[in-house]
Write a protein that binds this ligand. Structure first.
Ligand SMILES: NC(=O)C1=CN([C@@H]2O[C@H](COP(=O)(O)OP(=O)(O)OC[C@H]3O[C@@H](n4cnc5c(N)ncnc54)[C@H](OP(=O)(O)O)[C@@H]3O)[C@@H](O)[C@H]2O)C=CC1
Ligand SMILES: CC(=O)N[C@@H](CCC(=O)OP(=O)(O)O)C(=O)O
Length: 303
């Protein structure tokens, strides 16, 4: 059986990567519109009507507007617009019971890139009671510049952006609400993201004083065991041995995510998630969610 898919925002950074991942598949028929009509409401309404599933790769406001013209077509929204909205299923298949919810969903909100790494580290630890929901948690992260879409890519292409910059320094990053809800936190975490001068790749760090956690210093080993249990058998997420140097670009162009538990073994722990901000952090997970929704092999079109 063939599934018809319309990627709204197909020419954007995320849309293009999803298209590339779907083009070679014979179980997917891509519905495209004339690039000149990519913002034309009538042309897009018609494309939504023809599609079984639409993937929105648009800015937040445009994604909200798109839902209004999408009719009954099933939707995967890659934007931040609906991640904690009522009636939407959070598109992070690794969470307990989530694959079943995604399979049956009409509206799926694809998880954010930093949120993918943050929740992947936090949720096993909050579920296991290692990190209490009201713990004071600190997260940091570095992303490749493609995370900022076409405009940030242009800044780096023209050499007008710095080699590295911190942002959201007022603790107002847009991923914090989803990190809290799906990471299992009731206390707002500190989160400090930055962008560096490479295109694709991401590292997210969770910094913990394990000696202050309920399990004490033994928490270090428990943290790794909880992560291993949580991701046992997962097709894309693995727990790896800590390395001396951690390269945020090492999983570029893949849908994989690697977690490692680093630190001094005496209370100071940094859990690190490595992923491709555009792969597992955006287009890869969108395809993974699509696969779950249409009953295809979860790994189809993904490496
Ligand atoms: N880049 C990343 O790493 C990630 C991005 N996302 C999210 O995915 C979404 C897309 O991001 P990204 O691909 O980076 O953004 P881009 O800016 O690269 O692409 C957005 C695309 O949407 C088109 N567009 C804008 N407004 C409209 C509209 N009203 N109607 C139809 N098309 C429109 C743009 O057209 P035009 O060609 O005119 O600019 C462009 O092609 C965003 O919500 C982003 O937050 C999520 C996770 C990670
Ligand atoms: C480097 C950079 O700017 N990254 C974006 C996040 C990427 C993105 O757009 O993510 P979501 O749509 O998944 O929220 C940011 O921090 O706002």
């Amino acid at each position: 059986m063939t599934t018809s898919v319309f990627i709204d925002g197909e020419a954007g950074t995320t849309g293009l990567q999803i298209r590339e991942r779907l083009l070679a598949r014979d179980d997917i028929h891509l519905i495209s519109i004339d690039p000149d009509l990519r913002k034309d409401t009538a042309a897009r309404t018609d494309a939504f009507a023809q599609a079984d599933v639409a993937i929105l790769c648009l800015p937040d406001d445009a994604a909200r507007a798109a839902v209004k013209i999408a009719g009954d077509t099933r939707i995967i929204d890659a934007s931040t617009a609906h991640r904690i909205a009522d009636g939407w299923i959070y598109g992070m298949p690794e969470l307990p019971g989530q694959r079943d919810r995604i399979r049956d969903a009409r509206r799926v909100a694809n998880v954010g890139c930093y949120a993918t790494g943050s929740i992947a580290m936090l949720r096993p630890l909050t579920d296991a009671g290692i990190v209490p929901a009201d713990a004071g948690v600190t997260l940091t992260g570095v992303s490749g510049y493609t995370g900022g879409g076409k405009s940030m890519i242009a800044d780096y292409d023209t050499g007008t952006a710095p080699d590295l910059f911190l942002y959201a320094v007022r603790q107002d990053h847009k991923h914090v609400p989803e990190i809290m809800r799906y990471g299992g936190l009731t206390r707002k975490p500190l989160f400090q993201p930055m962008v560096a001068n490479f295109a694709q790749g991401m590292a997210v760090q969770l910094h913990l004083h394990a000696d202050l956690l309920p399990g004490g210093i033994a928490g270090h080993a428990r943290i790794e065991a909880a992560l291993r249990d949580f991701y046992a058998g997962d097709p894309f997420v693995s727990v790896v041995q800590p390395g001396e140097r951690v390269d945020p670009q090492s999983l570029r162009d893949t849908n994989r995510m690697e977690l490692s538990v680093q630190g001094d073994g005496a209370g100071r722990v940094t859990v690190i998630a490595i992923l491709d901000n555009l792969g597992k952090g955006a287009s890869g997970t969108a395809v993974q969610n699509l696969n779950v929704m249409i009953g295809a092999k979860e790994t189809a079109g993904l490496t």
